[in-house]
Every structure is written in C-alpha cells, then in structure tokens.
Design a protein around this ligand. Structure first.
Ligand code: NAP
Ligand code: MG
Length: 513
C-alpha cells in the first residue's frame, strides 16, 4: 500500500526526474500521500487558437514603432524554456517619444474629453478583456509560468473588474471627493513586475485613465506579452492615440521612464531595492510617487481556528502562483498547542499539490518565473538548511526542462534566520510558533515589511483585536489573498506607500484641494 502511494506521488509516467524527497524527521509522514484513485489525467488547455506574433514593437502614440536602437529581447516560457517571441527594447529615445505622445494626448484629447466619454472608453477595454479572457489567460501562463487555473480564475476576472470598477468612477470623481475639485495630474509613468503582469497593468492603467491622466507603461522583461496584447485591445478600443503607451524592455527602460522630466507621477510595483532607488532618484523633483514593494506576511493561526480551513488558506497563500505574490503568507505563526496537529495536516495537503505544466487545468504550482528567481529561491532555501531549520519537501516529480521548485516547508525557524526575514518570493513557507496573542503580534510585526497578514480564529473579536495591532496594509481574517477593486491595497514600512484600489487608489492620480 505504502509503495503504491509513494509511487503515485513521486513517479508520474513520463516525468523523468524526481526532486528532493522529504529531508527532515517528518520524512515518514511525507510518504502518506494519495492512492491511484486520486491521480489526475493530463488536462492541458489548448493553445492552438492563441496567436503570438514572432516580434512585437513598441506601442507609442497609437502606432507600433520599431525601437530606435533596433534591439529586441526574447520572451521565453519558463516552463519549457521555449522562445515565445521577440519584443522591443526601448531606450531613452523611445521613452522620450512615448512621454511626448502621452503629453500631447493629455493636453489635446484626454483631459478635454467629457468624463462620461472617458468612462465609455474604459468600459470598452473591460469588455474586450472579458471577450479575450481565454487567450489572455493562456498567454499569461505561457509567458510567466503561472497555472492556468490562476490566470483564468484570478488574474483575468480581476483585471476586467478593475477596468469596470474605474470606468464607473470616471464621471463621479466629484462625488468621490466632494468639494475638493479633483483634477488629473498629467502623464503617469508606470513600472510593473512579472508576477501579475496583466493584473498589475490593470491596477495601474484603470485608475490613471479614470482620473483623466495619460500613461506610459513599462512591463517586466520576463513577462511583456499580456501588456502588449492589452495595448492591442486599447488600439482596437479606439482610444485617442498616445493616451496609453507601452514601452517594453529591461531595467534601464524602467529607469528611463522614472527619470524622464516630462512625467508627473510615477507608480511603481516591484522590489524594495529598486523602489528605494526610485525614491532617491525622484527626491526633490516634485513628481508624485507611489511604491508597492515587497512583503513578508505573517499568517497567524490561533488554537481555536478551524484548522482544515486554515490549511487551505495557508496553502493558497504561499504555494499557489509559486509564492510569486508580494503579499504571500510566507511566515506561518502557529499557536504552540496546535502546532503538531496543524503541521500534520499541512504536510499531508502539501503532498497532494500538483506541480507542473502551467497549461494543465489541474496544476496547482507552476513554473518559477525565471532562472534568476529560481537561483534566489535555492540560495535562500540553502541558507535555511545551513542555519538549522528543518526542511520538508514532499516527493514530487518535476519536468526536465524549465524552472521548477517543489513546495517546501521549514519548521524550527528562528526569527534571526534569513528565511524568516527576507522575501523569498517562491513556494517556501517558514513556520514559527507563539504562546500568547501578544507574542504573535510582536513576531508578526518583527519585519521591515508591512504589506499584508492573516489571522485565523473562531472569535471575531480576536481577529479585530489582532488586526488593529498588526502593522500591515491588508489583514485577512479566516481567508487569504482575496482582492477586490474597491478595496485599497498597499503597504507600511519598507513595503511602500500609497494605495491602489478604491477611492484611496484614485487619489494617487488626482490633485485635490
Ligand atoms: P524589480 O526587479 O524591482 O522589477 C520591477 C519592475 O521594475 C520591472 O519592470 C523591472 O524591469 C523594473 N526595473 C528594474 N530596475 C529598475 C530601475 N532601476 N528603475 C526603474 N525600473 C526598474 O522587481 P521584480 O523582481 O520584477 O518583482 C518582484 C518584486 O515585486 C517582489 O519584491 C515583490 O514583492 C514585489 N511586488 C510587490 C507588489 C505590491 O503590490 N506590493 C506586487 C507585485 C510584486 P525588468 O523586469 O525588465 O528588469
Ligand atoms: Mg516570459
């Protein structure tokens, strides 16, 4: 019986390499997995109807333009390392053209349009995203490595929802900020990361457009494709030329957007390191700035919590989307009395996670976004082992090609360990314990970050008591990683400042009295 179970978990036919069996004292429990009855047949999403062009230019002033340097970069699929297409590398010269186009569009068209008409354009984008949702989800999974389940059920509906929500605000800004004469800022430069490429583009563009600004958007180097498809949607939606410009490239392109004197506001989502650099670069320029940076969220489980529900929330919070989530619940704080029971359930559940092809509809954990990110995860996990934490990784067959990391759990973690302090941005969970609510709060807040947190308890009063004491922008109670366009999102401390979503998010793109 045991043999069969182990084989089912570890040896999928055709998957040649078995990676990292359980390594700690709990290795035996790792073998308790699932029988053949629970094996899933492959269910790949068809991709034959998805058209990816061999090469993409820059979307500037409503037209597709070759980059001034003539240079193109490759976009690859991290799950297979196949080259998907080439995309343009924008230089300072291209960024300058994009900013000029945005300025002209702002002054001549967008700021003069009736707010009601601005709203209509934004609705049009929202509806086109819905119509093309299937294609966009597949491209998102191909380009970035996230499971289709995630891109189809989370990223796409939320991206459309952000445009719908903000379309509604376009002609109601006076009601959002009564008596404060809301006015647009001008040209917004927006730089986004690779973990939610289309969703982050939506978070940035929708409020900026609703508030009456024009945009220059710079997607991440490893995931430019859905932003380029969104540019096509915007072109088809007939937005006035230059209202939205998309300049692809690497870090230097982002720096050119940030440093351009013609930009009135910078919205950045990415690492704390780059965020700090941007803040230094903008000091004294008078440009408005919002920063959404890293996180090291604590997921706090009290002994009275519904444990099975908590296990699902913990799993979703750190392993889905490969832990490539800034607000991932990467530190689990468990009340000592339920530590063993919770960890037993958690290990069993981890062993049932399906890792592999992002386009397979059953996949829970997809590919790591890039080789560089994989190496960063490996380095931090090695430090966890060196510093003495106990590692658990269920048996798991990983594909030969591509970038993969099996879901991993560390117990016996001390607050001083790197895996308890640094953002790993991978499917790695660090478990710490506490005895009193005060100790839980102290440990949860003992981080340079402050983006999100979770509280699991059967008592509503306790969740409020804890939430009020947590220095985190978002606190989820008995759930995790839930988003809504009307709910502001953003950080404390080194997780950044400014909010996205809701009325507060609109304010970041407005001048008010
Ligand atoms: P990153 O290296 O900071 O990159 C973010 C974006 O900035 C990318 O488009 C990047 O371009 C660009 N960039 C790089 N160097 C730049 C510079 N000197 N000036 C201007 N732009 C520059 O972060 P990442 O590794 O892509 O993303 C992961 C990080 O984002 C994590 O730390 C995560 O926590 C954070 N994140 C935060 C949130 C949030 O809402 N708080 C959401 C998602 C992710 P290239 O990629 O082309 O180099
Ligand atoms: Mg890619």
């Amino acid at each position: 019986m045991n043999d069969k179970r182990t084989a089912a978990a570890g040896g999928d036919a055709g998957s040649p390499r078995h990676v990292s069996a359980a390594r700690d004292a709990d290795a035996a429990s790792a073998a308790v997995v699932f029988g053949d009855a629970w094996r899933y047949a492959p269910a790949p999403e068809a991709r034959d109807h998805v058209k990816i062009a061999p090469r993409y230019d820059l979307f500037i002033g409503g037209a597709w333009r070759a980059p001034a340097s003539g240079r193109y970069l490759d976009s690859i699929s991290p799950s297979t390392e196949e080259k998907l297409c080439e995309f343009a590398e924008a230089s300072e010269q291209d960024v300058d053209l994009a900013v000029q186009a945005a300025r002209t569009a702002y002054e001549k068209r967008w700021s003069r349009l009736r707010p009601l008409d601005r709203g209509k354009y934004i609705y049009r984008i929202a509806r086109a995203i819905q119509e093309k949702a299937r294609e966009l989800a597949i491209v998102e999974s191909l380009d970035g490595g996230k499971p289709i389940k995630e891109s189809r059920d989370v990223d796409l509906p939320l991206a459309a929802a952000h445009f719908f929500y903000h379309a509604g605000w376009a002609d109601k800004l006076e009601h959002a900020f009564p008596g404060r004469r809301p006015r647009p800022l001008g040209v917004a430069g927006q730089v986004i990361p690779w973990n939610f490429p289309l969703l982050m583009a939506a978070w940035k563009l929708a409020p900026a457009l609703a508030a009456g600004n024009t945009c220059v958007l710079k997607p991440a180097e490893t995931t430019p494709l859905t932003a380029l498809l969104l540019a096509k949607i915007i072109e088809e939606a007939d937005l006035p030329p230059g209202v939205v410009n998309v300049v692809t490239g690497a870090g230097a392109t982002g720096a050119a957007v940030v440093g351009h004197p013609g930009v009135d506001k910078i919205a950045f989502t990415g690492s704390t390191e780059v965020g700090k650099r941007i803040q230094r670069a903008l000091a004294g320029t008078g440009k408005r700035l919002t920063l959404e940076l890293g996180g090291k969220a604590a997921n706090i489980v009290f002994e009275d919590a519904p444990l099975d529900q908590a296990v699902e929330g913990i799993i979703r919070g750190i392993f889905f989307n490969q832990g490539h989530v800034c607000c991932a619940g990467s530190r689990l704080l468990v009340e000592e009395s339920v530590h063993d029971a919770l960890l037993h359930k958690l290990r069993e559940r981890m062993a049932t996670l399906r890792v592999g092809d992002p386009l397979d509809k059953n996949t829970d954990v997809g590919a790591i976004n890039s080789r560089a990110q994989l190496e960063k995860i490996q380095d931090l996990v090695a430090s966890g082992e060196r510093e003495g934490a106990a590692r658990f990784t269920p048996r798991c067959a990983l594909p030969e090609r591509g970038y993969w990391f099996a879901p991993t759990l560390f117990t016996g973690v001390a607050q001083s360990h790197r895996i308890a302090r640094e953002e790993i941005f991978g499917p790695v969970l660090s478990v710490l314990t506490f005895r009193t609510p005060e100790e839980a709060i102290e440990k949860a807040n003992n981080t340079m970050y402050g983006l999100s947190a979770g509280v699991w308890t059967a008592k509503g009063s306790k969740s409020f008591w804890v939430a009020q004491r947590l220095r985190a922008g978002v606190v989820w109670a008995n759930t995790f990683n839930k988003f809504d366009p009307s709910a502001p999102f953003g950080g404390y401390k080194e997780s950044g400042f400014g909010r996205e979503g809701g009325r507060q998010g609109l304010l970041a793109y407005l001048e008010v009295d």
